[in-house]
Write a protein that binds this ligand. Structure first.
Ligand code: ATP
Ligand code: MG
Length: 571
């Protein structure tokens, strides 16, 4: 492709709305263009990268025997109503009505539609097992679309669904997808980690997420450097810290004026937040519940949701009015003693003795409280793991890091097949529910994740496997005939060898061309300058390579070898 014929719109300025490196660079390199919050168009360079990523995923899915299909994004409501997710998705779902007032949505994910399709097409055990997938546009009206295609409202997902007859069959289908994902992400050179994930709300027996390590990641991962344990902090099990137990002292009310936060209390009483237990009120649907964790801990809302068996959007912090009504005190003085709503207590609180809690009276706390002074509705693990906690597997200290969730694999079980009556006839002619797995990759998000890991201060540094073009040929001056001719010659030779080449034939200053070259991050740059008459060119790798002067034929050979070697090294 010649740059003069191409839609290339690079920006020198960092767009104000873009906070993350990948978002900035995708806009600056002209890969995407924003249409509305969380809605983007892919421009030519971005579209080429998208195709590369899709094809890598497609090849690895096919290699594991999955079959590609394409479902509509415009979906009738019925299947989602049958599964209950018409309600569960709440305002995350884009809904619309047709001219006859029938309900439709734009598909946020397709479990129901695949289940319905397999129900219609598969009758007998002879047709199973089966894994189907698609690469398709999904719609979710995210509460906080941000970071460009990282969290958008329209995005491209590879979603796959397996249908098996036994748990062992599901385990095998899951293994295959695990393998396909590892191979696909390896081919993109991504540094990722596979973590145990929460499977609460979706039901099912197990799930793992593929996390690309990045400071901008919205997920926090707990991992153990000593053993193989790694989990999303939403899921990671917390082991209570052992605390020295004192003999119980009598509970007493203390005056703590204006000390309604842990920080204020710590300052006022000149003690450690570990000696407090905080009591937080939540609105869980119609109900109000209180949750208690040690003063220095955070409540894990995912664990709470799973315990309560409610939908994510049905949990929120209780309003100030509710807190005042329930505790008869100002916000900040809630405590478990004598509280009228159920108190869910974190396991670790059971290790505490003679601790401080709110007294349900403005400006008062109780000290020397013990777990015998109130009645928990439940004692569960309801806090979030932090660095330094012990590993639930081996007991060594846990570390945490940020990650971008690029993929999610999930053993679903029969939730959808039961709800939609997706059965097969077994060998004895008896109907049985199929056992499902589902497997997603955020295709557009993966592009952003690649850029988070492969960029420098000048722009993107594409791994060869996903680069929009593999080699860039830059004539320094379009007014020098020898340069134009040699650049063209190199361009044609590379094309003849199947290399994807971009020729920057714009009549621009070379500084501009080099800035764009670095920004769009093509792996190999061949510059044709003053020595064109002697057939000498400059060869440079975008990934930190030195500029070397070589003959134009050597440059062609070296580029071809580099591209082919890079493409085969991760296969
Ligand atoms: P998240 O927790 O990030 O919202 P999710 O758990 O809702 O993700 P899934 O329903 O498992 O995601 O979707 C499969 C994959 O689709 C995710 O692993 C992620 O890579 C991608 N994905 C999900 N939501 C978005 C989005 N709003 N924008 C871009 N990609 C997304
Ligand atoms: Mg989500």
């Amino acid at each position: 492709m010649k740059v003069s014929n191409m839609l290339l719109s690079t920006l020198r300025e960092v767009p104000a709305e873009a906070e993350t490196t990948s978002h900035q660079l995708m806009l600056r390199a002209g890969l995407i263009r924003k249409l509305a919050a969380g809605v983007y168009s892919f421009l030519p360079l971005g579209h080429r990268v998208l195709n590369k990523v899709e094809n890598i995923i497609r090849e690895e899915m096919n290699a594991e025997g999955a079959q590609e299909v394409l479902m509509s994004a415009l979906l009738p409501a019925e299947a989602y109503q049958a599964s209950g997710r018409w309600e569960v998705f709440g305002s995350d779902m884009f809904r619309l009505k047709d001219r006859n007032d029938r309900d439709f949505c734009l598909g946020p994910t397709h479990e129901e539609i695949f289940t319905d399709t397999v129900k219609a097409c598969v009758k007998s055990y002879r047709q199973l097992p089966l894994t189907l997938y698609q690469i398709q546009t999904k719609y979710r009206d995210e509460r906080r679309p941000r970071f460009g295609v990282m969290r958008s409202r329209e995005f491209i997902m590879k979603d796959a669904y397996s249908f098996d007859m036994s748990q062992e069959g599901l385990d095998l289908s899951y293994e295959k997808m695990y393998r396909a994902y590892c191979k696909a992400f390896d081919r993109m050179n991504l540094d990722y980690i596979v973590v145990d994930a929460d499977s609460g709300a979706m039901g099912g027996s197990g799930s793992q997420e593929f996390m690309v390590k990045s400071d901008t990641g919205e997920d926090t991962i707990a991992y153990c450097p000593a053993c193989s344990y790694a989990a999303n902090v939403e899921k990671a099990e917390c082991i209570p810290e052992k605390m020295e137990k004192e003999a119980p002292k009598p509970m007493a009310k203390i005056h703590t004026p204006h000390a309604g936060t842990i920080e204020e209390l710590v300052a006022f009483l000149n003690t450690d937040s570990k000696h407090f237990a905080k009591t937080i009120l939540y609105q869980a649907g119609e109900k109000v519940v209180a949750v208690m964790v040690r003063g220095d801990r955070e409540i894990n809302e995912v664990k709470l949701i799973n315990h309560l068996g409610i939908n994510e959007q049905d949990l929120e912090l209780a309003s100030a009015d509710t807190v005042v009504n329930v505790t008869n005190a100002a916000v900040g003085f809630a405590g478990p003693v004598g509280l009228s709503v159920p108190v869910i207590v974190d396991k670790e609180v059971m290790e505490m003795t003679n601790f401080i809690v709110g007294a349900n009276e403005t400006d008062y706390h109780f000290e020397n409280v013990n777990v015998t002074d109130f009645t928990p509705a439940a004692v569960i693990d309801v806090r979030t793991i932090v660095e330094g906690d012990v590993c639930p597997k081996c007991g060594q200290p846990i570390k945490t890091t940020q990650g971008v969730e690029v993929g999610h694999i999930f053993k679903l079980g029969t939730k959808y097949t039961d709800a939609l009556g997706c059965t097969y006839l077994d060998e004895s002619g008896k109907p049985q529910s199929m056992i499902m797995g589902c497997y997603g990759i955020g295709v557009s998000r993966t592009i952003a994740a690649v850029i988070e890991q492969f960029s420098d201060e000048n722009g993107i540094v594409w791994p060869v496997s996903v680069a929009p073009y593999q080699v860039l040929v830059v004539p320094v001056s379009m007014r020098e005939e020898a340069q134009v001719k040699l650049a063209d010659d190199i361009y044609e030779k590379l094309r003849a060898q199947g290399i994807e080449v971009l020729l920057d034939d714009r009549d621009e200053r070379v500084g501009v061309k080099f800035k764009d070259a670095d920004l769009i991050g093509i792996p190999v740059r061949i510059t044709v300058g003053k020595k064109a008459g002697e057939n000498i060119v400059e060869y440079k790798l975008r990934a930190g390579g030195e500029v070397i002067e070589i003959s134009s034929d050597d440059a062609v050979c070296q580029a071809v070898k580099f591209i082919k070697d890079s493409l085969s090294s991760n296969k």
